[in-house]
Write a protein that binds this ligand. Structure first.
Ligand code: PPS
Ligand code: MG
Ligand code: MG
Ligand code: MG
Length: 413
């Protein structure tokens, strides 16, 4: 056999190196087969990358969306906290008589600017718009001041969500970016910049809520709760919904469909380390702690009390504003969330539920309407096909729905 020219060795080595870099899994599998090595090769997607376990050659689905949503909500929470501690919250009353504050406007503008910086083609269904700010220059400049001050202390984190909004006009454009009519095609974010605005104003619970829906299915959910205790198992106070004595309040929840749910401390900079959360096992539903709205106009306290009593529940309900209710049951601090309608005409808004639903599902729960029907997030800005909300651990959800139906049908008689 004629000798191989030295440049050919170089050529073979370059081909081998290139395949190892470009197709690592195939390369190592082929090499292992040729060399008869029984080695443990990396498994694709074994666990959520955001839990920092078993990182592999492949990134997890929606990893970038989750990180962006976590940081965007964290930055918006800096703004809402600054409004919360200031003397004036610039409250207005909307046409449906519900309140909105400068915090709602500022948080929505910041979050939509972040989404558009990373995913310019995505749509957003946001609760607020810029009409009031366009009509009132003083209000616009108040919100613009707040927006300019809300920055993540870590410059890499701040840069990764698009950095500061450049001008007051860009802020209005971002705020108006939440006008999507929703639907069941493509990528649509559902945003509630301050959920539980009444809670925010009264110093109770409120939440900054963001979900990504893919083809109408809530897929990524992030919720910031500045007034919830960081300790996942801190007892819920039956009056205010949180233990005001616990130090270091502020929690950031995250979940991706099929990848589990986490909580972590809310910070002003880089993301804190996540902890996996799950619902509490509830072998006996009569031992449940159930959460409900504070406002009697938002859900029927009477129906909820009747349901609890039929289930044999003797503990007082925990009344809490906002999607902090979903968060509290997802981390096992409570067990059930009952939201029975108070009116025949009210349609629940998708931004009041999308993020909380992903969180509860990923923590081992099931969420449906009061009749056990799946929630349909793909038909517009509201859940018009559904009435009420019931969230419970999977093991008892059907049992709770049976009792809800009994209570509702007894009312019709
Ligand atoms: N009539 C009626 N029925 C049901 N829900 C309603 C109703 N009116 C308003 N809303 C929405 O309730 C959102 C706040 O829900 P909460 O569970 O936090 O209510 S409560 O404040 O604790 O009572 C609240 O969200 P925010 O506006 O983001 O605060 C509203 O979207
Ligand atoms: Mg509102
Ligand atoms: Mg809301
Ligand atoms: Mg809101």
């Amino acid at each position: 056999m004629p000798p191989i020219a030295p440049y050919r060795y170089f050529f073979f080595a370059a081909v081998i190196l290139a395949s190892a870099i470009l197709q690592p899994t195939t390369f190592f599998r082929a090499a292992a087969r040729i060399l008869h090595i029984k080695q443990h090769l990396p498994v694709v997607n074994p666990a959520p990358a955001f839990l920092h376990t078993n990182r592999t050659l492949h990134t997890m689905a929606y990893e970038k969306e989750l990180e962006l949503a976590l940081l965007a909500v964290q930055r918006a929470a800096i703004l809402t906290k600054s409004v919360y501690s200031s003397h004036s919250k610039g409250t207005l009353t909307k046409t449906d008589s519900s309140p909105v504050t400068i915090g709602d406007f500022g948080a929505q503008a910041l979050i939509i600017a972040s989404i558009k910086s990373a995913f310019p083609d995505d749509e957003v269904v946001g609760e607020e718009d810029a009409d009031d700010l366009r009509a009132n220059a003083d209000l616009k400049s108040l919100v613009w001041d707040l927006v300019q001050q809300a920055k993540l202390s870590d410059s890499a984190a701040e840069g990764s969500i698009g950095g500061p909004i450049k001008s007051a006009d860009d802020m209005l454009t971002a705020l108006d970016g939440g006008a999507s009519q929703g639907g069941n095609k493509g990528r649509i974010w559902a945003l509630d910049p301050i959920d539980g605005t009444k809670g925010f104003l009264r110093g109770g619970q409120y939440a900054v809520c963001l979900a990504l829906m893919v083809d109408g299915v809530p897929t990524v959910g992030v919720i910031g709760c500045p007034n919830l205790p960081v300790d996942d198992k801190a007892p819920l106070d039956s009056k205010t919904g949180f233990d005001a004595s616990s130090e270091g309040n502020g929690v950031l929840f995250g979940a991706v469909k099929g990848q589990g749910a986490t909580s972590r401390a809310l910070t002003d900079g880089k993301l804190a380390e996540p902890k996996k959360i799950t619902m509490s096992p509830l072998p006996d539903v009569s031992q449940a702690t159930f959460c409900e709205s504070v406002e009697a106009g938002h859900s029927s306290h009477g129906d909820q009390a009747a349901i609890a009593s039929k289930l044999g529940i003797t503990k007082d309900s925990v009344r809490m504003d906002s999607q902090a209710k979903y968060c509290s049951i997802a981390r096992g601090a409570g067990d059930l969330y009952l939201r029975l309608p108070t009116s025949k005409t009210y349609q629940e808004k998708i931004w009041d539920h999308a993020a909380g639903v992903v969180l509860v599902q990923e923590a081992g729960g099931e969420v449906s309407d009061a009749y056990g029907k799946p929630l349909n997030f793909g038909i517009g800005r509201t859940l018009k096909e559904n009435k009420g909300i019931i969230a419970a651990p999977k093991s008892v959800h059907a049992q709770v729905i049976e009792v809800v139906k009994e209570v509702l049908s007894a009312k019709k008689d």
